[in-house]
Design a binder for this molecule. Structure first.
Ligand SMILES: N[C@@H](CCC(=O)N[C@@H](CS)C(=O)NCC(=O)O)C(=O)O
Length: 198
């Protein structure tokens, strides 16, 4: 199954880690979303990665949806089925994904807008969302066990990406998250291969 991805993408990294955990093989197709390639748009009209082409040639997109599909295929290797475990997993996943959503818009503002068209108050608002989400993750991370779930992969994708884009701006403020990601390869050795990379 082809997965449209980019090496730096936190959402694609999350999906690739989840698939690896489920023992489901994906064929990664390196994709430049900026170029809006036809095969990506055919799979995902939104032009975003990750997008996964299923065996029947239909496609799935949005990392949470793809992870839910992987979870179904694997007999729930990714999402705890008890009520408390499910709620924790989904809350942490949604928070981690939302942190990236806010922070990535601030990155895009600088990357794609000419300097005279940038609006700093809007960037600041996106980053306030991201930092509030990080505050919540710092408080919740101790509740995640050592059995990897979608939540683990969402947080690991986020922190790997922060390491690329916000290095030096979060580690001291979030010592719990820093210690957690430093210890993550011990519970998921493929992290080093699959984490976001420049
Ligand atoms: N909610 C989506 C977000 C995906 C997303 O924002 N991907 C970024 C790359 S990390 C992208 O494709 N950006 C290009 C664009 O927005 O056009 C998910 O979880 O998969």
């Amino acid at each position: 199954m082809r997965l449209f991805y980019a090496s730096a993408s936190p959402f694609a990294s999350k999906v690739r880690m989840a698939a690896h955990h489920c023992d489901i093989e994906l064929e990664p197709v390196s994709t430049d979303t900026g170029a809006e390639p036809a095969d990506l748009l055919e799979a995902n009209p939104l032009g975003k990665i990750p997008a996964l082409v299923l065996p029947d040639a239909s496609a799935l997109y949005d990392s949470a949806v793809i992870c839910d599909w992987l979870d179904r295929q694997s007999g729930h290797a990714l999402v705890p089925q008890d009520e408390a475990g499910w709620l924790l997993c989904k809350r942490i996943e949604a928070t981690a994904d939302g942190v990236v959503d806010g922070a990535i818009l601030s990155v895009y503002e600088v990357r794609f807008r000419p300097e005279d068209k940038r609006h700093q108050p809007w960037v600041d608002k996106q980053m306030r969302k991201a930092w509030r989400g990080m505050d919540v993750l710092e408080g919740a991370i101790g509740s995640l066990g050592t059995q990897p779930t979608t939540a683990h992969f969402a947080v690991a994708g986020l922190l790997g990406w922060f390491d690329l884009r916000f290095k030096g701006q979060w580690e001291e403020r979030y010592p719990g998250l820093k210690a957690w990601i430093d210890g993550f390869p011990a519970i998921f050795p493929a992290y080093e291969d699959l984490k976001p990379k420049a």
